[in-house]
Design a binder for this molecule. Structure first.
Ligand SMILES: NC(=O)c1ccc[n+]([C@@H]2O[C@H](COP(=O)([O-])OP(=O)(O)OC[C@H]3O[C@@H](n4cnc5c(N)ncnc54)[C@H](OP(=O)(O)O)[C@@H]3O)[C@@H](O)[C@H]2O)c1
Length: 216
């Protein structure tokens, strides 16, 4: 798959590295070409360039910039991104009230704002729940099960692309419905990351009903 990455930081490096290892054709695009070149070299990407280069390279384009600037970045690339799958991995979170709060207020999502900023793009929310370090693992699996990657979006073809991408990484696709669900995925990240920061394990709060069975 041809993948463009917008951003040159931690998520660009770790997710981009995972995609290179999975055999995808990755180009790193940044506002700083030297940083894009360094990230591309670090992960063995096929190329590097500007943000526009990243947008036009990808059948699928990852937006890996801070949440507060992501809609503006996408708006500036709206023509280039038209018709492409745009993956939003951002987390709109900030410390507040002794934990983390959504900077969106929780009534809309960054993914929705990106879709409004670039109406021709097919936005999919994905890859925002895990810390970047998880993507450095060759085939992430925990407690005997491959990592599940939740995602949501409205365009069937883009959802198929993201499903194929997640599968290529040895992970399990977890489709969560339309882009309206992005508010929940973003809120889940705020909850989980806030819990990690406070030293607790959010995954222990979600046993399935089947685990109540004496045979489980
Ligand atoms: N790190 C994680 O574990 C993690 C996990 C899940 C989700 N996320 C989300 O992923 C996104 C990226 O996180 P990260 O950790 O990769 O951040 P990062 O290491 O700080 O990298 C951010 C990238 O965004 C670029 N950038 C910042 N402002 C920009 C602008 N106005 N226009 C264009 N590019 C701009 C930066 O470029 P410069 O170097 O030129 O400033 C840098 O390349 C964030 O939204 C974050 O919430 C992160």
């Amino acid at each position: 798959m041809r993948i463009g990455i917008l951003g040159t930081g931690m998520m660009a490096t770790t997710l981009g590295g995972a995609w290179v290892r999975a055999g995808h054709d990755v180009l790193v695009g940044g506002r700083d070409r030297a940083a894009a070149a360094a990230t591309a070299a670090r992960i063995g990407a096929a190329g590097y360039g500007t943000l526009t280069d990243g947008a036009v390279h990808g059948d699928l384009v990852l937006v890996a910039v801070p949440a507060d600037v992501a809609p503006k970045v996408v708006e500036g690339l709206a023509d280039a991104l038209s018709g492409r799958t745009v993956v939003d991995c951002t987390n709109p979170i900030a410390p507040a009230d002794g934990g983390l709060m959504l900077t969106t207020g929780g009534t809309t999502s960054v993914a929705r704002r990106m879709a409004e900023a670039a109406p021709g793009a097919h936005v999919v929310k994905a890859f925002n729940l895990c810390h970047e370090s998880i993507w450095t693992l060759p085939r992430p699996a925990f407690e005997g099960a491959p990592l599940a990657v939740p995602f949501c979006g409205d365009d069937p073809g883009s959802l198929d692309q993201v499903t194929a991408l997640i599968t290529s990484m040895g992970c399990t696709p977890m489709p969560c419905g339309g882009l309206a669900r992005a508010v929940y995925i973003e809120a889940t990240a705020a909850f989980a990351i806030g819990a990690w920061w406070s030293g607790t394990e959010p995954r222990f709060a979600f046993p399935t009903p089947a685990q109540a069975s004496p045979n489980s």
